[in-house]
Each structure stands twice: as structure tokens, then as C-alpha cells.
Design a protein around this ligand. Structure first.
Ligand SMILES: O=C(O)CCC(=O)C(=O)O
Ligand SMILES: [Fe+2]
Length: 352
């Protein structure tokens, strides 16, 4: 064990906090915990304190940030973590190990290449656009009005994406996609994994601008809203994108070097959460299709610094992504009914 509770009766300050009543077994993902604690300073990592799934170590980049978080959260209910009352204490590092295991993504190896992740339907092409094209695309969106959400700004083209319903209204078309992306749309046809060119009639574009340190919560893009290909172009700055899926232990692959498994309860029949991470450099294009699109949640951790191959990579002052999708007309009939709102709804209607 690399961390331990401080000796009883002492309050030895440190930049590491031991937090009880918090973790995957009580419904908190590590990304949620990171987001909740980031309110008080830069969180450099979150990891399991033990095998219970209900106790974690939160690592800050400074003692002062940890002190503020302890003061604000200990014994109080945390609205962003299910309203549960947290038990927060300082943690001290044990002798073993030379660095915080949870610093950045040390506990989850970040892949540079989509094929390493072994998620069917996930592809990444680097340098999909040139630096000059990147500048032109950024200038084009910066010349147009942004809509402010609580932490980031967005623009929608083709159809508006509604965050309250996580869906679009297919009857309300805003118009064609703008001229400044037409060369990108042409180039997408050359993408590996897109044999079905008809499915590439992309007609919805969401532009997201993330300030430094802001990420995106775990989600699967609503099946009934969009068809099977989702492309995301990263501009201006890099980020880590993580993927997670619940799996039964029996389905776990043998090679687990580039994934983190968040064990839930001790019960060996309970599913585990498998997490994988990929580095998205600026100017790269990511494709989510098939299983990657329909069955894996994707999200961007709320980090200011990402650790990739043990190297600290500072997020840029902003990352701008262009997400291209095709609005679905009718129901989704994918082979992942447990993740499919169309099939859950259809089943519900059959019952009535
Ligand atoms: O910013 C990105 O690359 C992903 C955006 C995304 O997942 C979404 O808008 O659904
Ligand atoms: Fe998404």
C-alpha cells in the first residue's frame, strides 16, 4: 500500500486526502470524484484506497488545496457525490513506491494509438488537418456566435443538439453544414472503417470549446438521435479521452496492461468497470463506430495536466472539437439493446 492513514490522534498535513463513503461501490466514478474535488484545487489523481470500492485517495498538487478541501468537505454532504456525507482525513505516503500512484493517469496507461485499446469501431487519424486548416477552422467558428453552457461554449449547425433531452428535433433543420467544413466532410470518406459511404451523409455539427481543465461527463451519444458514425476533430489543444464499460469478470480480456479495472463489490459475479484512455492530439480525427459508438461511454476527465507515458502534458488554454454526426430518422435497431433508448422504448410500448 502506498498510502496510509496518519497515525491516530495526529493531523499531519499532506497533499493527499483519504476519503471514505465515496467510490465506485456507492455510485461515484473516479471522474465524478475528480470533478467534485477539483473545486478546491488541481487534483493530480484519484485512486482506490483499498479494495472496498468505498474509500479513495485524492491527490492534490499542493497541501494548501488539500487543506481547503478537507475543511469544506469533511463531515458534510457533497451534492456532486450523491449527497452523501464524506469522511475526509489527511493521508500520508508509505515507504513503498516513489510517486503517487494516482498522479495523473499513472494508474491507467494512456494509449497513443486507437488499435491498442481493442475497442471495436474506434479509429484515430493524426494530422487529419494541417496547421493552416486548423487556424482557418478556428477563425471561422470564432467569427460566429457561441452559446455558453455552464463550463464550456458550443455552436450547433444542421440541427440543434438539446442538452435537456440529449436529442435533436429532426423536424427542425437549421440548414446545410457550413461551407468551411466541406473539405473535411469530403476527406472523411477516406477514413478507415467507413465502407458504408451512404452512412456518411453527415448533417449535424456540434462545436465544443473547452477551457483549460474542463472535461466532459461520461455518456453514450443517444442512439435514437444519431446514426452509427460519430467523428470528432480535435483542434487547438490536446486532451485525454477515456472510455468505460461494465463487463462481467468472465468477459475480461487477458491482456489488461492498458486498462484499469475498478472493482466494485467483492462478489465475483458483480460486473466490473473497465476503463481505457487515448491521447487526442490537436488536428487528429477520432471515429466512434459500432461497439465504440453504441456500447462504450466516452468522457474527458477534468484535468489541467494529463500524464501520458509518464510525461506531464499541460492542457492548452482551450480545446475546440468539431463533432460530426448524422441525425437518425426512425428507431435505432443496433445489437446493443441494453444501451439503446429506441429498443427500451419499443419494449415499453410492446408491454402496454
Ligand atoms: O469533444 C469531443 O471530442 C467529444 C464531444 C462529444 O462527445 C459529444 O459532443 O457528444
Ligand atoms: Fe459524445
Amino acid at each position: 500500500m502506498r498510502f496510509r492513514r496518519p497515525p491516530a490522534g495526529t493531523q499531519q498535513r499532506s497533499q493527499y486526502l483519504f476519503v471514505a463513503n465515496c467510490g465506485p461501490s456507492v455510485g461515484d466514478s473516479y471522474a465524478d470524484i475528480q470533478a467534485a474535488f477539483s473545486k478546491f484545487g488541481v487534483v493530480t489523481g484519484v485512486h482506490a484506497a483499498d479494495d472496498s470500492g468505498t474509500r479513495v485517495i485524492v491527490c492534490y498538487d499542493s497541501e494548501s488545496a488539500a487543506a481547503v478541501a478537507l475543511e469544506e468537505l469533511n463531515g458534510r454532504s457533497c451534492a456532486n457525490l450523491g449527497g452523501r456525507s464524506l469522511d475526509v482525513r489527511y493521508s500520508v505516503r508509505g515507504e513503498e513506491g516513489s510517486r503517487c500512484q494516482a498522479d495523473g493517469n499513472a494508474s491507467l496507461r494512456v494509449s497513443m494509438d486507437a488499435s491498442e485499446l481493442n475497442i471495436p469501431g474506434l479509429y484515430l487519424l493524426r494530422d487529419f488537418v494541417t496547421c493552416a486548416e486548423e487556424e482557418e477552422l478556428l477563425a471561422a467558428v470564432d467569427a460566429r456566435p457561441w452559446n455558453s453552457l455552464s463550463k464550456r461554449r458550443v455552436q450547433h449547425y444542421g440541427y440543434e443538439f438539446r442538452y435537456d433531452t440529449r436529442n435533436v428535433d429532426p423536424r427542425r433543420r437549421l440548414g446545410e453544414l457550413p461551407e468551411f467544413v466541406s473539405h473535411i466532410l469530403q476527406r472523411l470518406r477516406l477514413f478507415p472503417g467507413t465502407d458504408n459511404a451512404a452512412a456518411l451523409e453527415l448533417d449535424q455539427l456540434t462545436v465544443n470549446e473547452y477551457p483549460r481543465g474542463v472535461g466532459l461527463s461520461p455518456h453514450i451519444d443517444t442512439h435514437s438521435a444519431f446514426e452509427g458514425f460519430i467523428f470528432s476533430l480535435s483542434l487547438a489543444g490536446p486532451c485525454i479521452m477515456e472510455f468505460r464499460k461494465y463487463m462481467s469478470r468472465a468477459c475480461l480480456p487477458r491482456n489488461i496492461s492498458n486498462m484499469a479495472i475498478n472493482e466494485g463489490k467483492e462478489d465475483t459475479r458483480s460486473p466490473v468497470v473497465v476503463r481505457k484512455a487515448i491521447y487526442l492530439p490537436p488536428r487528429s480525427m477520432l471515429l466512434l463506430s459500432g461497439e465504440a459508438r453504441y456500447a462504450w461511454q466516452h468522457y474527458i476527465p477534468h484535468h489541467k495536466i494529463d500524464f501520458v507515458m509518464d510525461e506531464a502534458i499541460k492542457r492548452n488554454s482551450r480545446r475546440v472539437s468539431f463533432t460530426f454526426r448524422k441525425v437518425r430518422i426512425g428507431n435505432c435497431n443496433c445489437i446493443f439493446p441494453q444501451h439503446c433508448d429506441s429498443q427500451i422504448l419499443t419494449r415499453g410500448n410492446d408491454d402496454t
